[in-house]
Design a protein around this ligand. Structure first.
Ligand SMILES: [Zn+2]
Length: 614
């Protein structure tokens, strides 16, 4: 890897340090209770050292770049705080105060970033907030820079792409438990920060582990070419829904000749498919938006700054950068379809697709976050879904049943582990992993099999150029050696459910129906919400919980409550008995029938489920 790439090219390091004004050293940000939200001490050991044997040297370079933190002058009037969280906070000087773009993942990191700007550049009020897109690392720290009251009254414009709030809460609600569990692998959340642990996500160090908030926007961007003057600064928006995020925009600042690429543009090959699990993204649309940006703003743009990583300076560099960002998505799209049309299936496409030299040797299109292999599979998935057309893959045996049979066919578990060890010794780590995986799924208590699989995953992790690939392999290895590693998601899940629109809440609630408890029950219940003013009807029939807006004329019962109390009820924190008669909670009609409906719901699963073991 170090021979293939010009790793000593210093341009990125000089761009990443350009305009440095100040930082905090050490940079340790804590919650009120003293627990650490963000600390550069986790990563300081990476600075000024060459890559250890256990880290891919290309990822190591990116990790060092992402270590550079502080307040930077992008251009007179535009500043960024970088390396205080996974994403960047951008501050634009308005006539009366700061226009804050993307207030980070946590209230604590956003507060620290704003304080650094105020302490260094002079204290100014926040006069506007922009969310470039609906991912949590770009909005959840908002309470540190604006209050919901100022957003509600319109005193501070809070600008977001159309459908922002719905998308911000929905992605993690309906499928939240699985995504959270898988995200803990993808971001290496339970790994040590060491040369054999987590080193970087590619996109930045890690998400801040602090208090999250959701301040709802009051100003919507829903079309390209839409112009807003915000605190005296003209913004020309490009609306880019269903690109990197379901709700997203980029913008051009004519007076600064500067373009904000949000997260549509970044300094790596981003995810067409994200390993935590999410709906696959549209690579063709993504490339199309980037080309549209080039056409509309390319010739006038002197600086590109984004929601992650460091800016691009100078028009020649900007146009070259934007073209290559466009073409990494376009190439992956086109070549996946070309190979598919020749009959190649996803694993074959991943094994044979390669990049042209101009994209391969360009750091900003390297697979530090997404990878060519998994993104090519994502393009396949977008067009063809999970089935590759081969009948053997239509209804394959589930992993344990398959593993038992393979292990028997290969002469028993000890023989399989031995073959895996031979593969490992010869450097064939993926084959070693596949063999040992069968052994572990045949008998998870077989210690030699577990250790063999862990060792194979470790080598695959050390080789990986992608931060998420590394973290996924090393998290798997860690659990094989030490058992399941929990990340507590109760608090975050509860916070999300309290702010989710009720129609989505009921969709999430319906995914908790236990078909056996619900069997044969036919119940209709009206729900009246005293806080939101919403009325809903829930109907249980065929072990399905349907919901409709409005009240049914003939319901078995009517439950009056608040969304907060419904969250407590559904998550098992309170029973109906505890609640009725308090805080305005009441039941009319049949208590028994209401109990039948609620009793058909299982509790949401917040506990870590096994992924590397059966
Ligand atoms: Zn982001």
């Amino acid at each position: 890897m170090s021979k293939q790439l010009p790793l000593d090219d210093a341009q990125d390091f000089s761009d990443a340090r350009r305009g440095f004004i100040a930082t905090r050293t050490p940079l340790v940000i804590t919650r009120e209770d003293g627990s650490v939200v963000w600390s550069d001490k986790d990563y300081a050991w990476q600075n000024d050292k060459s890559a250890p044997d256990s880290v891919n040297p290309s990822l190591w370079r990116q990790a060092q770049l992402n270590n550079i933190h502080g307040l930077f002058r992008v251009k007179e009037g535009i500043y960024q705080v970088r390396g205080f969280d996974l994403a960047n906070m951008t501050l634009i000087e308005g006539s009366n105060g700061w226009i804050v773009v993307d207030p980070l993942t946590a209230v604590e990191t956003a507060e620290a970033a704003l304080k650094l700007a105020n302490d260094t550049l002079g204290k100014r009020p926040v006069t506007a907030v922009l969310y470039t897109h609906s991912h949590i690392d770009h909005f959840a720290g908002a309470a540190a820079v604006v209050s919901q009251a100022d957003a509600d009254s319109g005193a501070v414009p809070v600008v977001a792409p159309a459908h922002f709030t719905r998308e911000a809460v929905s992605e993690n609600v309906i499928a939240g438990a699985v995504m959270t569990r898988r995200a803990s692998y993808m971001y290496g959340m339970t790994l040590p920060r060491t040369a054999t642990g987590h080193v970087d996500t590619g996109l930045g160090k890690q998400p801040g582990q602090g208090t999250t908030s959701l301040i709802k926007p009051n100003t919507v961007v829903n079309r390209t070419g839409q112009t807003l003057t915000i605190d005296g600064v003209e913004f020309v928006f490009q609306y880019t829904p269903e690109s990197e995020a379901p709700a997203e925009f980029m913008f051009f600042l004519p007076q600064y000749a500067a373009f904000c690429g949000a997260e549509v543009l970044s300094r790596n090959f981003h995810n067409i498919y994200t390993l935590r699990g999410a709906k696959v993204r549209d690579a063709l649309k993504w490339a199309g938006y980037i080309d549209e940006a080039l056409v509309r703003f390319g010739s006038q743009t002197e600086i590109v700054f984004n929601s992650h990583h460091w800016p691009v300076f100078g028009n020649d560099a900007v146009r070259d950068y934007i073209k290559k960002q466009r073409d990494i998505y376009r190439y992956t799209h086109d070549q996946t379809l070309r190979l598919a049309s020749q009959g190649l299936t996803p694993n074959e496409i991943a094994a044979s697709i390669t990049l042209p030299e101009s994209l391969r040797n360009n750091f900003a299109t390297r697979g530090y976050y997404g990878t060519l292999k998994h993104n090519a599979k994502a393009v396949y998935q977008h067009y063809f879904g999970w089935y590759d057309g081969n009948p053997v893959n239509l209804d394959p045996l589930p992993p344990e049943a398959e593993a038992n049979r393979y292990v028997e066919a290969m002469g028993g578990i000890d023989a399989v582990v031995e073959k895996a060890r031979n593969a490992y010794t010869s450097g064939d780590f993926q084959w070693a992993a596949q063999l040992a995986h069968h052994a572990v799924f045949a008998d998870a208590s077989h210690q030699d099999a577990r250790i063999m699989l862990a060792q194979a995953y470790e080598q695959l992790g050390y080789q990986a150029e992608s931060g998420p690939w590394r973290d996924v392999y090393l998290s798997g290895a860690n659990e094989l050696r030490n058992g399941l590693q929990g990340v507590d998601m109760r608090e975050s899940a509860g916070a999300l459910l309290r702010s989710v629109p009720l129609d989505l809440f009921f969709v999430a609630m319906a995914t908790n129906v236990d078909p056996e408890s619900a069997a044969g029950k036919v119940v209709t219940v009206n729900f009246r919400f005293t806080d939101t003013g919403d009325d809903f009807t829930l109907m249980l029939e065929n072990s399905v919980l349907n919901h409709r807006q409005g009240l049914a004329a003939e319901a078995d019962a009517t439950l009056t409550l608040t969304q907060e109390l419904l969250v407590r009820l559904i998550s098992g924190q309170a029973s109906l008995k505890d609640l009725v008669g308090k805080d305005g909670v009441s039941v009319e009609g049949s208590f028994i029938r209401l109990g039948q409906l609620l009793g058909s719901l299982g509790l949401p699963n917040f506990d870590p489920f096994p992924m590397t073991t059966p």
